[in-house]
Design a protein around this ligand. Structure first.
Ligand SMILES: Nc1ncnc2c1ncn2[C@@H]1O[C@H](COP(=O)(O)OP(=O)(O)OP(=O)(O)O)[C@@H](O)[C@H]1O
Ligand SMILES: [Mg+2]
Length: 93
């Protein structure tokens, strides 16, 4: 499945909610969580990197999606695979 956090308005709590949601699902479910950070500010990614300094287990990976790294979304079939997958794919827009 794909769960997207998005609104046109900035600063409304998308990233904060996406982090809380990803942490919750990773800790309370058997499903694999994958996070894709589409924000040019890379807020989710930076927060996740900060957590690496703490001695806590890593719950999931965060991938940056920008002009240089858009491979997972360059073909529609891959997107459909993500949608139909058992994994929880979190998009932070
Ligand atoms: N439920 C909440 N209550 C109070 N403050 C919040 C809440 N959710 C987020 N904030 C604060 O609001 C600010 C913006 O939150 P956040 O970065 O999650 O928004 P965003 O929608 O991802 O922003 P952007 O559009 O820049 O990506 C942050 O300082 C965050 O700490
Ligand atoms: Mg954000």
């Amino acid at each position: 499945m794909i769960i997207t956090f998005g609104t046109q308005k900035g600063g409304t709590g998308k990233t904060t909610l996406a982090i809380a949601f990803a942490n919750y699902v990773a800790m309370s479910s058997e499903r694999k969580v994958n996070v894709f950070d589409f924000d040019f500010q890379k807020s989710f990614y930076h927060k996740w990197k900060e957590d690496e300094l703490l001695e806590i287990p890593k719950l999931y990976d965060v991938e940056i999606i920008d002009e240089e790294n858009e491979q997972p979304f360059s073909d529609f079939e891959h997107l459909i695979e993500m949608k139909e997958s058992e994994d929880v794919n979190v998009f932070d827009l």
